[in-house]
Design a protein. Structure first.
Length: 376
């Protein structure tokens, strides 16, 4: 396998720990650099660790610009040394000028298979047209898998009929990792567009799940609120869905993110609530149970740009009480930053894959490894 080292001058900008400059406490590199390898922009990161310990960093490779629509491929790089070096780009799905994206990977701990949920739409259609049913086509849901540690991928299978209700318009899987809960069920966080009398009424979040190792998929709990979301299983077996707010609506009176829980494996939800400690500028985020030994713990980690107005200040936070309260653990960069995803390593360190840059958060996708001693 060809290895490319991307670690030159790669310490994370303005990294702080408990308010003190601690750049030596973390290691980092730029995994995807805008303008290189045939893509104008790389966006929408997602990361998982395979059963063999390989890190798989997914994203969208946007050919001609930063737009969410157009010629977009779903790609990845692999790392077999904990994120120090990365392989050349592997293309998971390139469908010509169409849009292939929203990666949401999960590793089946029982089979070792890596499942990747994703979405597709015509390259000519943008999100607003799809939301209002005015596009050439609509947003569709696909799944692929790898049985060789992410080196090659099966032909994507269209699961729209079982994962999307006919009245839903827009659709997004993740974008960030999915999870497998203790029962073996695979759960994918999603959101969808709603339309009433021909007009878009925004989005709400939902879950899809599989109980047969990805052979079939079903719509699970549907939330009355939310947009892009991230999901984690709590120590008590509850499922917590952590949701980005919509740009409009009653919840805009709060600066925090939205949460909602399921006590039946993601088939129904309770009432939504606000997590005021998780300030957001309306952006995607990531959440994961801190389980370095494989067994669920009381610690839940969360990453996002922690600012109420701008996509800056990418911060890692920790909850020890099921998401009721959160405290800051680490600031990866005080500068521009946007989407991120988390992965816990066996030694207790945490991998953060995130969008960042000097002038814009969409210049690069970087990776940083935070040591276990910081997570306390």
């Amino acid at each position: 396998m060809s290895i490319t080292c991307l670690s030159a001058a790669c310490s994370v900008e303005s990294a702080t720990w408990n308010g003190v400059q601690k750049e030596e406490e973390i290691s980092g590199s730029k995994v995807f650099i805008g303008g290189q390898d045939g893509y104008d922009t790389y966006r929408i990161p997602a990361i998982v660790k395979s059963s063999k310990g390989t890190l798989l960093a997914f994203c969208e490779g946007r050919k001609n610009g930063r737009s969410d629509s157009g010629d977009i491929d779903l790609i990845l790089r692999r790392s077999q040394d904990g994120g120090k070096t990365w392989s050349k780009i592997i293309t998971v799905w390139d469908d010509g000028h169409n849009t292939c994206g929203n990666p949401s990977p999960v590793v089946d701990s029982q089979t070792g298979r890596i499942h990747l949920l994703m979405t597709w739409n015509k390259g000519e259609d943008n999100e607003q047209e799809i939301r209002e049913n005015k596009g050439i086509g609509t947003r569709r849901v696909f799944v692929t898998f790898s049985d060789d540690d992410g080196q090659s991928w099966a032909k994507p299978v269209d699961i729209t009929a079982s994962a999307k209700k006919p009245e839903w318009t827009w659709y997004a899987t993740g974008p960030c990792h999915s999870i497998q809960i203790g029962s073996g069920r695979i759960i994918v966080p999603c959101n969808h567009g709603n339309i009433v009398n021909g007009r878009s009424t925004g989005t709400t979040s939902h879950l899809i799940f599989s109980d047969d190792h990805g052979k079939s998929w079903h719509i699970g709990a549907v939330a009355p609120v939310g947009n892009e979301s991230t999901v984690a299983e709590l120590r008590n077996g509850e499922i917590l869905l952590n949701m980005r707010k919509n740009k409009k609506g009653e919840w805009q009176a709060y600066t925090g993110r939205l949460g909602i829980k399921s006590s039946d494996g993601g088939e129904s939800f309770g009432e939504p609530f606000v997590m005021e400690d998780l300030v957001e500028p309306i952006c995607n985020a990531s959440m994961i149970n801190y389980a370095p030994g494989g067994r669920k713990t009381s610690k839940i980690l969360f990453s996002n740009p922690a600012d109420s107005a701008r996509r800056i200040n990418l911060t890692l936070k920790l909850s020890k009480n099921g998401g009721r309260t959160w405290r800051k653990v680490f600031t990866l960069t005080e500068g521009p930053a946007a989407y991120s995803d988390l992965c816990v390593m066996p030694d207790g360190s945490v991998i953060v894959l995130y969008e960042s840059g000097k002038e814009s958060p969409y210049e690069n996708i970087s990776v940083s490894r935070i040591p276990a001693r910081v997570i306390r």
